[in-house]
Design a protein around this ligand. Structure first.
Ligand code: CP3
Length: 359
């Protein structure tokens, strides 16, 4: 891994001189720190090799030596400013006792929970214990970064209660999560109970991640944008605010990035009321509009289209330069607007890193 001439200064300052932590703290670090959602994954041959060794995706997430290895692969290859824990947002329902598997070509499959008996059967207490292998992954990655890459920050994460509830009720991925959103209208008390359980379980899980070495936490709310405004306030903003408050009670200073995907104009209210300190922006968001819509000085992260990264060449260059131009002079973290897709050529990622590093 690359060495860092400022390593000793970083060790002295709490929050470290790490570029990602500085940007999340409101500093206009330039060139901006850079990492990519799903930076560990199938587009990398070295990931596919470890994935094949593990066999199954959950086995990969729960074998710390393998999960730590794939977390670090993109750091070695590209020198990103952050390593993100290799795991999945659905490991929380898994740790709550909901049967989960990842079927080849089909994505995640869960036994749906749609009534009081099924929801009542889920465990909230003990989630951090059942997630022990995932916490061990964080400890190992943090030890390696501390020894070899002190400029690189470690990000832990969870899904936001609403997005995780979507998968838990639906039992699978989808486009509209009709069963989950239908339940939220038909039986808001029951849906609210599930959301409260997720707030509690995710609080435990995220605090345990901070204690295991995560320096930043990110909340993925991939399906937030499905909701009309009143539902968005009730199921996205309010539970996120509760979760953030609960985590901050134990970890007052840890930066939390919210990613309310496809929130559109609701982004402004989310930014003001959720309590997160930084915002991940999806591909549809206009960066200059977002900068005007959020509290002054709030760090923004995003939002290159993953398909521009697949295309590469002049298209990639134009899109990346436009994002840099829009965000120059304000706290910004360069990222994609959604996860890397498997067909991404690894050399396009290398080209993007060179371009962003040149400012
Ligand atoms: O970003 C990273 O590199 C860290 C690891 C990470 C994964 N999933 C690994 C993964 C993170 C942060 C996630 C988040 C996640 N998982 C989200 C939120 C972000 C988003 O993409 O909207 C969601 C909705 C999930 C649920 C999930 N996991 C789905 C729908 C799928 C199947 C789709 C797919 O890409 O296969 C997964 C599987 C998954 N999670 C893979 C990876 C690398 C692919 C598994 C494989 O190797 O076969």
């Amino acid at each position: 891994m690359e060495s860092d001439p400022t390593a000793s200064t970083s060790a002295a300052a709490p929050g470290g001189g790490k570029p990602l932590l500085r940007a999340l703290g409101g500093e206009a670090v330039w060139p901006p720190p850079l990492w990519l959602m799903r930076q560990a994954g199938r587009y990398l041959p070295e990931y596919r090799a470890v994935r094949a060794e593990a066999g199954d995706f959950i086995a990969l997430c729960t074998r710390p030596e393998l999960a730590a290895e794939v977390t670090l692969q993109p750091i070695r290859r590209y020198g990103f400013d952050a390593a993100i824990l290799f795991s999945d947002i659905l490991m929380v329902p898994w740790a709550m006792g909901q049967p989960l598997r990842f079927a080849e070509g089909e994505g995640p499959l869960l036994e749906p929970v749609r009534d009081a008996a099924a929801i009542g059967g889920l465990a909230v207490e003990g989630v951090a214990e059942r997630a022990a292998p995932i916490l061990e992954t964080l400890r190992r990655v943090r030890a390696t970064l501390d020894a070899e890459a002190r400029r690189v920050a470690l990000i832990g994460f969870a899904g936001s209660p609403f997005t995780v509830a979507c998968y838990m009720v639906e039992g699978r991925g989808g486009r509209d999560f009709a069963a989950a959103r239908g339940l939220a209208y038909a039986d808001p008390l029951l849906f609210g109970r599930l959301i409260r359980m997720l707030v509690e379980a995710s609080t435990e899980y995220l605090c345990a991640q901070a204690e295991a070495g995560a320096e930043v936490l990110m909340l993925f709310d991939s399906w937030a944008g499905l909701l009309p405004p009143a539902q968005f306030r009730r199921w996205v903003i309010e539970p996120t605010a509760q979760l953030v408050r609960a985590v901050r009670k134990r970890h007052p200073a840890i930066p939390i990035i919210g990613f309310p995907r496809l929130a559109g104009p609701m982004l402004a209210e989310y930014a003001q009321r959720s309590g997160v300190q930084a915002l991940g922006l999806d591909t549809t968001m206009d960066l200059r509009w977002a900068a005007g819509a959020v509290p002054a000085g709030m760090a923004l992260q995003g939002n290159l289209d993953p398909l521009a990264l697949v295309a590469g060449g002049a298209a990639l260059e134009a899109e990346a330069r436009a994002n840099l131009a829009a965000m120059r002079g304000r706290p910004f973290v360069f990222n994609l607007g959604h996860g890397i897709v498997p067909q991404t050529p690894p050399e396009h990622v290398a080209a993007l890193v060179r371009l962003v590093r040149a400012g």
